[in-house]
Ligand binder design. Structure first.
Ligand SMILES: NC(=O)c1ccc[n+]([C@@H]2O[C@H](COP(=O)([O-])OP(=O)(O)OC[C@H]3O[C@@H](n4cnc5c(N)ncnc54)[C@H](OP(=O)(O)O)[C@@H]3O)[C@@H](O)[C@H]2O)c1
Length: 327
């Protein structure tokens, strides 16, 4: 008998929802089953455009649809908490876009609730689930670059004055939107405690961080410098520099190529990643596999790691005076 597909219900018919509908339409065994918007008209248009079976004019209708196996929360950060909470109370597994919640307190509440109710929950930080992660970890484990000593990563997009970035009530700023990838880049490839953090940011008139630079000293003797910006076009490159060579990852937001160089910066090889639909497919596949195994969180992004990074981002925002109404 054919295995039944996982039916995904998307909440919030915005930019990333479209990207994920395209992705799911290219996947076997996972259906883009339902879309929910605050507007029925918008949900209908989305459903028609992407061939989605069900279109709901409210988020709670989708959450109450018994056919939905995974709720994918694609609203601004400010609205992740309420939607996810409702879904967990209904017993629905959730994949929640990054940044997971507005802050650490909300994140802890949600993780605790999910654990109490035995409901699966995952952060949709897509880079964590991509094949590049294992490729890079293996290169380091195989001692191709010696001991990593310096990690640098930039992520910058010129995003104009998008309300989601500029408004405190939507949890704006570059850190939660882009910096989260740069921090994850360090955490994925350098498994060592953070001993010290120095940072600074430039803010918008609305008090959100438009650009930030963060320097992390790690317990194993490595140093990481990461920066993110919502107001310029970054190179979006990550570099892991070791005692005997380096890896250049282009780009940290969806790696396509890993360049390996040895001592004296002698180029050895370019390693492309496997062909992908969009790169978003891996997070959905991971959820499906985890659910089939009865897990309550994905292997690739443990909830403790999500909580750790949310706490780190709280500390950075507190230092910069970037405040949300939910803090
Ligand atoms: N993984 C990635 O590569 C990636 C890329 C971009 C964004 N993201 C993440 O995805 C989430 C959404 O980002 P996006 O770029 O898709 O944003 P977006 O285009 O603004 O869409 C967000 C959607 O959320 C819903 N929403 C609910 N309450 C809202 C409110 N008060 N104001 C505005 N929208 C509201 C709206 O859908 P309805 O009107 O249909 O209800 C809106 O279309 C964020 O967490 C973001 O960090 C991830």
């Amino acid at each position: 008998m054919a295995e039944s597909p996982m039916r995904v219900g998307i909440i919030g018919a915005g930019w990333i929802a479209e990207k994920c509908a395209i992705t799911l339409n290219g996947l076997e065994g996972i259906d883009c089953y339902a879309i929910a918007s605050r507007s029925q008209k918008k949900a209908d248009a989305f459903a028609q455009k992407w061939g989605v079976q069900k279109a709901y004019g409210s988020y709670s209708e989708l959450i109450h649809d018994k056919q939905v196996n995974l709720v994918y929360v694609a609203t601004p950060h400010s609205h992740h908490y309420e939607v996810t909470r409702q879904a967990i109370l209904e017993g629905k597994p959730c994949l929640v876009e990054k940044a997971f919640m507005a802050n650490h307190r909300q994140s802890q509440d949600i993780v605790q609730l999910a654990r109490e109710r035995h409901v699966f929950i995952a952060e949709a930080i897509w880079t964590r689930y991509q094949p590049a992660v294992q490729i890079i970890r293996q290169l380091i484990a195989d001692n191709r670059i010696g001991t990593p000593r310096l990690i640098t990563a930039t992520l910058g997009y010129s995003m104009g004055d998008k309300p989601r970035i500029m408004r405190p009530d939507l949890c704006g700023g570059a850190l939660l939107d882009l910096g989260v990838y740069a921090i994850n880049f360090v955490r994925m490839f350098c498994d060592s405690a953070i001993e010290n953090i120095e940072s600074q940011c430039v803010k918008s008139d609305t008090g959100m961080d438009l650009s930030n630079a963060i320097s992390l000293r790690l317990a194993n003797g490595a140093l990481a410098n990461v920066q993110s910006s919502a107001c310029c076009v970054g190179d979006n490159i990550g570099v892991i520099a070791g005692t005997d060579g380096n890896l250049i990852i282009d780009n940290i937001n969806n790696p396509q190529n890993i360049r390996v160089s040895t001592h004296d910066r002698v180029f050895v090889e370019d390693i492309p990643v496997p062909q992908q639909i969009t790169g978003y497919e891996y997070q959905f596949i991971s959820c499906k596999e985890a659910l089939a195994q009865g897990l309550l969180e994905p292997i690739q992004m443990p909830l403790e790691e999500t909580l750790y990074i949310m706490q780190l981002m709280d500390e950075l925002r507190a230092k910069w005076g970037v405040v949300y109404p939910y803090d």
